[in-house]
Design a protein around this ligand. Structure first.
Ligand SMILES: *[C@@H]1O[C@H](CO)[C@@H](O)[C@H](O)[C@H]1NC(C)=O
Ligand SMILES: *[C@@H]1O[C@H](CO)[C@@H](O)[C@H](O)[C@H]1NC(C)=O
Ligand SMILES: *[C@@H]1O[C@H](CO)[C@@H](O)[C@H](O)[C@H]1NC(C)=O
Ligand SMILES: *[C@@H]1O[C@H](CO)[C@@H](O)[C@H](O)[C@H]1NC(C)=O
Length: 470
């Protein structure tokens, strides 16, 4: 006998951006749903334990004794169980959780008074089975793509109720057991119905516009209805970085990609190159991809200093024109950096310029030269908590002269200086930011466990198990 069931239906997602390809895809596998079933059952069990059956009292006419005053008090749950449950995906519809062979046992006290003066009392055990709760959970989306969750079709019925009385005269309670049965059943049904309408939602997606830092936010609204097959639920999310409060589209759009048919993990998250490149676009636009480097950022043990003396060793005109001055460098991207994902291979294309200045005693900056800089970096991307983080290592640099204010010079003579400057001053700053990470879409209060990351064509695939906390 089915006892309790919950249906989670993800329907009618009125999406803001239909036709837009997803930047991020999320797949919940059967293994993930199975974990959801376990926490769902635990949560329903906990709620059932909180059921409080109020005292019942009344008067009934019973042949042959006439009017009987009765009361049932102190009803407490002594045992309950949801021994059998299953969670099934219904393609194109949603999720059904069914619970069978469940039971609740209560213990309470009874008391009666009849023929004006005769009193009798005892205890009773109440066994409830074949209780059914059904509720449909519909997830729809508002105009902004944020899902709203509502419960409809809430129904609860108590199947069979069995009462055993102890103490007192058995002939007596045999007479009124049928109406007592009914009274207890009604009281319980009411309690269960209240409970059923709070059927827990395991898979509420925290789809959001998440603030990343002072420059950027990331939008994870849905770009289409969830795709529910008989083995998984797939969600397509926008996964796009924006400048805070200014949603300008980048000059590139997501390349369609499909998640591979892996199912050994509970959850898969595909993050496209588009998503990561939209971040580059946003930070570049915000002017965040520029950095002034001063001498104090160079390790104190280094013989290379940011002054006209050190640089004069390679470009003598500098020391002649600006003797004894400190210098400052400005490293900035020329356009947004672009990342490319090929299977097991990530490349970053970042074109920047370096402008060198001499700092005059009155703080005026006198430009010395501008170099074009192409840096080849190795990128390590990893998942930490609910974030995607990264780490760059400098491989080599390639520089050319863009403009000189101090006459011609050999750019290659500066390779060592700039390698040190990048390694010790620029890369650590970039890594400090990358290591703070960028939020991934989350489902409820989840933690990622045993996450793995693969680089595939045009996207990163994160396979992970999850754990819910609280
Ligand atoms: C799931 O659906 C596919 C085709 O849509 C079918 O081939 C497969 O047998 C189904 N699997 C189960 C377990 O129903
Ligand atoms: C990685 O990809 C880039 C460009 O797509 C290519 O030039 C490079 O050779 C590849 N590296 C490896 C190790 O496959
Ligand atoms: C600062 O000093 C330089 C060099 O002496 C001079 O050319 C420039 O005009 C000065 N600027 C200001 C604002 O005083
Ligand atoms: C970053 O990369 C470097 C070199 O590969 C490594 O030594 C360091 O541990 C990495 N840091 C993190 C946080 O992964």
């Amino acid at each position: 006998a089915m006892f309790l069931w919950c249906v989670l239906v993800l329907v009618n997602l009125v999406s803001v951006a239909t036709g837009t390809n997803a930047g991020v895809k999320v797949r919940l596998t059967q293994k993930g749903l199975e974990y959801g079933r376990q926490i769902g059952i635990a949560s329903i069990q906990q709620k059932l334990r909180t059921i409080k059956v109020p005292d019942i009292s009344g008067t009934e006419k019973v042949d042959p004794v006439g009017k009987v005053q009765y009361s049932f008090t102190g009803m407490q749950i002594v045992n309950l169980g949801l021994p059998k449950s299953a969670l099934a995906l219904v393609p194109d519809t949603g999720v059904i959780l069914s619970i069978g062979n469940a039971y609740i046992n209560l213990h309470g006290n009874w008391r009666v008074k009849y023929l004006r003066i005769i009193k009798d009392s005892g205890s009773f055990d109440l066994a409830v089975s074949e209780l059914t709760i059904s509720t449909t959970v519909a997830v729809t989306s508002d105009d902004t793509g944020r899902p709203t969750v509502s419960m409809t079709n809430c129904a609860a019925t108590v199947g069979s109720v069995n009462v055993k009385f102890h103490g007192g005269a058995s002939w007596l309670y045999n007479l009124f057991s049928s109406f007592i049965n009914k009274a207890l059943r009604n009281a319980l049904q009411k309690q269960v119905r209240n409970l059923g309408c709070e059927c827990p939602l395991y898979y509420t997606l925290n789809v959001f516009l998440a603030k990343v830092d002072q420059y950027a936010e990331i939008e994870y609204s849905m770009v289409g209805s969830p795709d529910i097959s008989n083995t998984s639920i797939d969600l397509g999310l926008k996964g796009e970085f924006y400048n805070i409060g200014q949603h300008k589209e980048p000059p590139f759009s997501p390349t369609p990609f499909s998640l591979p048919s892996q199912d050994t993990d509970m959850l898969y998250i595909g993050v496209s190159a588009f998503t990561i490149n939209s971040a580059g676009f946003v930070y570049n636009r915000a002017g965040a991809l520029r950095l002034y480097i001063t001498d104090d950022m160079i390790p104190s043990g280094s013989p290379i200093r940011l002054n006209t003396k050190t640089f004069g060793g390679f470009i003598p005109q500098i020391e002649k024109m600006y003797p004894g001055l400190m210098m400052k460098l400005l490293v900035e991207t020329v356009k947004e950096p672009l990342m490319t994902f090929e299977p097991n291979n990530m490349t970053v294309q970042a074109s920047s310029t370096v402008t060198a200045y001499a700092i005059q005693p009155n703080s005026t900056l006198s430009p010395l030269f501008v170099l074009n800089l192409e840096a080849s970096v190795s990128t390590h991307i990893y998942v930490t908590e609910l974030k995607l983080a990264g780490n760059l290592t400098l491989n080599k640099i390639d520089m050319s002269l863009a403009k000189s204010y101090v006459g011609p010079f050999q750019v290659t003579s500066l390779d060592n200086i700039f390698t040190i400057v990048l390694k010790f001053a620029v890369i650590p700053k970039v890594n400090a930011r990358l290591q703070e990470g960028y939020p991934l879409p989350a489902i409820g209060k989840m933690q990622l466990v045993n996450s793995q990351l693969q680089v595939l064509k045009d996207y990163l695939l994160i396979g992970t198990d999850v754990q819910f906390t609280g």
